[in-house]
Ligand binder design. Structure first.
Ligand code: AMP
Length: 496
């Protein structure tokens, strides 16, 4: 199945339903289909083999996603915040691209001698163009190429084929299940897999989409109120900003029934503050990777409520879990050598299922002989199948032969009243192999010294997990999708 079929189903379900934008003047499903076919015509006539998009999330993104699908080429959304040098580097991995770039980002592509249009130009052309039909390829063709987050050095493009994305939607979303007034606020960037997943699943469910191109907490809350938004998805850094913006006040967003978060670990303190600020909203934690076509495990609103109200410590602990695997995705915990481990024992998470791609452009598929994909996340399951993610295996600190997951130390530090944000990393050390460094951002107006924070960790964890150094910072480096750039911190400590 091609993702364009999801659009065709939406059109067949209700062609006049507003799919994107304001209730009065937004784009209907039928208009979306018609313009996407026009965009496909432009792409086809340009002889492009890929459609590259460098722009903020907005109404043009669904058009490009389906336009590319109808033209039989993959959409390649790129991170517009990258430096000109990094963007030019990514372009070397693309093939005969037609580039659609927001005005401020267009220059770097034009300078590289590429065929560039602004979204407005493309839309005008697409609306006037002869629609292209019958060009969409098979389920096995690439639908989207996504460059991985950029927390590692070399860019790699994950290949998501039509069958991966449609399997994800068909397994996790019920067709037309949204109420007529349901509205989703999209604010995750288009180059993140959650941005792609959100277009497909909301269109398929029948939910109107409204967009916030550049995230800002106050603007996000205002848009939720102004558009009567009923559901939204945020990355943890966005939720942290919203909670901070509210400063203890309730969010006052009576329409917002569902708030999903994911893309990186959610600090417990932020989640607890958010649950207090949004008392009428059901929370969902969505865990997934680019290579798994987005969500593979979910902790739903009922799980959140059960965890909050339980006296049982193992049920309460589930508030820090990623919930249970979604239908169609199998999971295994293996040790570092790849041998399966019994339930409850921590190890590395491997997953398998029709939405799991595990493939990078220009490289052999990374699945093992039985189709399993190594997520490289440290994880364990409790006895009822709740998945706990302890971070990336690559981030593990090995201090004097002992493996330490930074997340465990971070969680303890975040429970200290003065600590707002924290990152724990391993610093190379001749004696210990690695030493533990904690980078800390404190709450405004709170004073705490390194020694008291070290004492706090020593009081809660084994002595060997106490940070050797505590470095105070005004802010920590994150990607726009909420991922902590640990390597960047490491560079700063090495420099001085
Ligand atoms: P990416 O492919 O760039 O989206 O990164 C995927 C990685 O983000 C996963 O392997 C996890 O380490 C992390 N991640 C994503 N969602 C969650 C979540 N809900 N909880 C904890 N970690 C997450």
């Amino acid at each position: 199945m091609n993702i364009a079929m999801l659009l065709d189903m939406a059109v067949a379900g209700d062609p006049d339903r507003v799919a994107i934008g304001s209730r009065r003047s937004g784009t209907t499903c039928a208009e979306l289909r018609r313009t996407a076919a026009g965009v496909a015509g432009v792409v086809h006539r340009a002889g492009a083999r890929e459609l590259v998009f460098a722009g903020v999330n907005g109404p043009v993104f669904p058009l490009l996603l389906f336009g590319a699908a109808l033209a039989g080429v993959p959409l390649v959304p790129v991170n517009y915040r990258l430096s000109a040098e990094a963007l030019t580097g990514l372009l070397q991995h693309t093939e005969k691209p037609l580039v659609v770039a927001d005005e401020p980002f267009a220059e770097v592509f034009t300078a590289a001698g590429l065929d560039v249009r602004t979204p407005e130009e493309l839309l005008a052309e697409g609306r006037a163009a002869e629609p292209a039909e019958g060009l969409e390829g098979s389920a096995d063709d690439p639908a989207v190429l996504l460059f991985t987050s950029g927390t590692t050095a070399a860019p790699k493009a994950a290949v998501l084929r039509h069958r991966h994305l449609t399997s994800y939607v068909l397994q996790t979303v019920e067709f037309g299940s949204a109420d007529p007034d349901d509205t989703v606020l999209a604010c995750v960037p288009p180059y993140h897999v959650a941005g792609v997943g959100s277009v497909l699943s909301n269109l398929y469910a029948g939910r109107r989409m409204v967009h916030l191109g550049t995230f800002e907490a106050g603007a996000w809350l205002e848009l939720v109120r102004a558009e009567g938004v009923t559901s939204a998805m945020v990355v943890p850094t966005m939720l942290a900003r919203v909670v901070e913006h509210l400063a203890g006040r309730p969010a006052e967003v009576p329409t917002l029934r569902a708030l999903a978060y994911g893309g990186a670990r959610m600090p417990r303190t932020v989640l607890e503050a958010a649950l207090r600020a949004f008392p009428g909203t059901g929370f969902t934690n969505a865990y997934g990777l680019t290579e798994t076509s987005s969500t593979i495990a979910l902790l739903g609103p009922d799980d959140h409520r059960a965890a909050l109200s339980s006296d049982n410590p193992s049920v309460r602990a589930r508030l820090g879990s990623a919930g249970r695997m979604v239908p169609g995705v199998e999971a295994q915990i293996r040790d570092a050598a790849g041998a399966a481990m019994p339930t409850g024992v921590p190890g590395e998470l491997w997953v398998r299922g029709p939405q799991v791609s595990g493939e990078y452009k220009g490289a052999a598929a990374l699945l093992d002989a039985d189709g399993w994909f190594h997520t490289r996340d440290l994880a364990h399951f409790d006895d009822e199948g709740y998945l706990f993610i302890a971070g990336r295996a690559d981030d593990t600190i090995i201090r004097g032969g002992e493996n330490i997951a930074p997340a465990e130390v971070e969680d303890v530090l975040l429970r200290h009243a003065a600590v707002r944000e924290v990152a724990v990393v391993g610093v190379p050390d001749e004696e210990w192999g690695e030493r533990i460094a904690a980078f800390v951002v404190t709450h405004e107006g709170s004073a705490v010294d390194a020694e008291s924070l070290r004492g706090w960790v020593r009081g809660h964890l084994r002595g060997s997990k106490t940070p050797d150094v505590v470095v105070f910072r005004d802010e920590l480096p994150y990607t726009p999708t909420g991922k902590l750039l640990r390597r960047e911190l490491l560079t700063t400590i090495r420099k001085g």
